[in-house]
Design a protein around this ligand. Structure first.
Ligand code: SF4
Length: 62
């Protein structure tokens, strides 16, 4: 599983970072970004929760 934040859609609400801080961090321009494109298996559940919790559907899952 891979996740990627679209900075055009991110509104910097912080939900993904609160939900799954191992994967999502603040990047440039105060937009969220994924720390690693390959999500480790034990973090897939929280990464998935972050994808579903993002209010603007800015997190793309591959
Ligand atoms: S939940 Fe979505 S909009 Fe909010 S900071 Fe994360 S990527 Fe951005």
């Amino acid at each position: 599983m891979q996740v990627e934040v679209d900075p055009e859609l991110c509104i910097s609400c912080g939900v993904c970072i609160e939900t799954c801080p191992e994967i999502f961090v603040w990047g440039e321009d105060d937009k969220a970004e994924a720390t690693s494109e390959d999500v480790p298996e034990d973090l897939e559940e929280c990464a998935q929760e972050a994808v579903e919790s993002c209010p603007t559907e800015a997190i793309k899952e591959h």
